[in-house]
Write a protein of this length. Sequence first.
Length: 348
Amino acid sequence: MMASSMAFAVMLLSVTTVLSVPVQMDWGVNPDLVDFHPIQQGTEHIKLMVVMVGDSIDLECRVAFATHPVSEIRWKINGDPEIKPEKPIMRTKNGSVFVEDHLKIDKITEEMDGSTVSCEYAGGQNDSSDWNAYSGRVEAVLRVFRLTIEVSEIVCDTCEGDVKLVFKENRAGTRNVEKRIKDKITEVTALKPDDISVDNFEYSVTLPVDTIKDNDAILARLPTFIINETVTDTWPCNCESPSGPDWWIWVVIMLVLVTIVSITAACSLLYYIKNSSSDKQDKVFQQGDWKRLPTQDWERKRVSRSGSYFSLPAQTWGRTREHSIARWNSLPTDRSWGEELSHQKKLK
């Protein structure tokens, strides 16, 4: 009996605890949602959402500790109901219901700056005819920054130099807004926060002109271009980037050709030097400068020259060869080649 009473008391306490917890609402995690600074009384349920023109956002609304029957989550933009096809996700834990719902907005425009998006819920009430019955709500006020790109005429004509990117909102910002917009600018431009200049709530950076035309992250923000006070929504310069792939292909081809020509020239020079040296030695030999040749070189030259007789006509080759060999063999051992040459000249 005592145990039953204790169990009933615990169950009653659990039910009482569940019933005593009020429905709680909040936004899901989103880095673009920031608090008011400073937070003012009565604005705890309101967030500022820092976005750029062209952004697409996904707002997540969370309802905790709801009870059955679960009411419908309703979305509004500037007080007007927003109908969406997706259904919320519901989970039950320890008798409480947790609801999660999403609202997606594609292509934020400049005109949406200052708009209020609200998510509303009233526990246990599901009367679609009574909008005022929804007492729980969270809100997000859009802070929309537009991007303007300033291009000088010289930079546009030469496609060299820097352009100025200016991110600006139509109203004064707060410290939390400034921190978040700087983070978003670094994400878009791949620059550092220290590279961002701030002037009267305008945030500007400079980038090389050739990094803008095909930069999807920047062009997705639907920038406005200004050149000589002329405003346009399209890229105003007619030029091609000098760092394109075709330029590199031509550089590689030229380097290969220069290398081939250099190697060919070096080989030709070495061949010429080698042949010139050989011809010079032959010329010295043919002129009879026997004294300048060492004995061993002359012997080798003598033998090698005998091979040239193979190029003579067949009927004269044998006779000429025998005659030459006989003359070489008949030279006295005590007579030098130089003396023999002088002797031959006197006979002539």
